[in-house]
Design a protein around this ligand. Structure first.
Ligand SMILES: C[S@@+](CC[C@H](N)C(=O)[O-])C[C@H]1O[C@@H](n2cnc3c(N)ncnc32)[C@H](O)[C@@H]1O
Length: 304
């Protein structure tokens, strides 16, 4: 049986990519996120894990990586991603829960998690699990929703919001939607075994009137400049961080003797066994007998 994990914000059947991005007036947010990613991504890499990949909006931006694993809990989001990106060898699609990743320790030299941490009821557990599957010195790019943003501060000071943007705990403003304090995220990253080396503040001008009045190119250029202040203060609704997986926290992989070094890839999310037998239609765990279906090229590790 799969270990008990926190609740998941369910995107099954959602038209998020179309309604939120393509028809939702968010060209500015998309453009400034692309700028931040360009600044933070390494130029080259081997194997990247994209956690909460959704419909693959950001995937084409990970140009330097040889192979990319798109991981999302929602099968239909991954189906949309597969329809956009195709089935070539470069992309591996896995429906799974971030709290229980179906990979051996120390596998990835890169990971990203964009607009996904805000659905985590136990964010530290998700960060620890991501660290487990990363190689020492691997690069992790994390975007999080910042509770200490200017709008929240103004609303709080004017008495229009009952929660304080200054206190360290997350705020759940809608069920399974959380904003976090930047200091808390830095502490959690450290505790999970990451060293944060750069922060960019993103979406400084996320105001409907500005987006309407100022041409996209100019607004994005202004944000691009303002992003560089992210190491000094963080008052935007979105913050991007780049961290390195600390050396020595994945002992087996660091010693070159781990399952990843031995050519392992998937592991059973129910029992942790790194030896799964792959057939055409499923992976089977020889230890606990769990069967993980492969649905039209998407590995399905949910349930169990
Ligand atoms: C707001 S969308 C972001 C998608 C994409 N990163 C983007 O920026 O366009 C959040 C995604 O996180 C996924 N998600 C939420 N909880 C998850 C979990 N526990 N494990 C894996 N994916 C999860 C959802 O299915 C959804 O596709």
């Amino acid at each position: 049986m799969t270990p008990k994990t926190p609740p998941v914000c369910d995107y099954e059947g959602s038209d998020y990519q179309t309604s939120f991005w393509e028809e939702g007036g968010r060209a500015y947010e998309d453009k400034v996120e692309a700028i931040a990613l360009r600044r933070l991504l390494p130029t080259r890499g081997d194997l990247l894990l994209e956690v909460g990949a959704g419909a693959g909006r950001n995937t084409p931006r990970y140009k330097g990586y040889q192979r990319i694993v798109l991981l999302d809990y929602s099968l239909t989001q991954l189906q949309q991603a597969q329809a956009r990106l195709g089935r070539g060898d470069r992309y591996i699609y896995a429906a799974a829960d971030v709290y229980s990743l179906p990979f051996v320790d120390g596998l990835f030299d890169g990971a990203t998690m964009i607009r996904t941490l805000h659905h985590m009821a136990d964010a530290p557990a998700a960060l620890r699990e991501i660290r487990r599957v990363m190689r020492p010195n691997g690069t992790f790019i994390l975007e999080f929703a910042n509770k200490r943003n200017l709008k929240a501060i103004a609303r709080y000071l004017l008495g229009r919001q009952d929660w304080s943007p200054f206190t360290p705990e997350p705020v759940e403003f809608v069920e399974l939607n959380f904003d976090f304090h930047p200091q808390t995220i830095r502490a959690w990253l450290r505790e999970a075994g990451f060293q944060t080396e750069r922060q960019l503040t993103v979406s400084h001008f996320r105001i409907a009137l500005l987006k309407k009045l100022i041409p996209l190119k100019i607004l994005a250029a202004m944000d691009s400049l303002a992003q560089l202040t992210g190491g000094w203060w963080q008052l935007t609704p979105s913050v991007f961080t780049r961290s390195q997986a600390a050396v020595g926290d994945t002992p087996s992989a660091a010693a070159g003797e781990g399952d990843a070094a031995a050519g392992g890839f998937f592991r059973c999310p129910a029992c942790g066994n790194p030896h799964l037998r792959e057939g055409d239609a499923a992976l089977t765990c020889e230890t606990c007998s769990s069967v993980w279906p492969i649905r039209d090229g998407i590995y399905d590790f949910r349930g169990g």
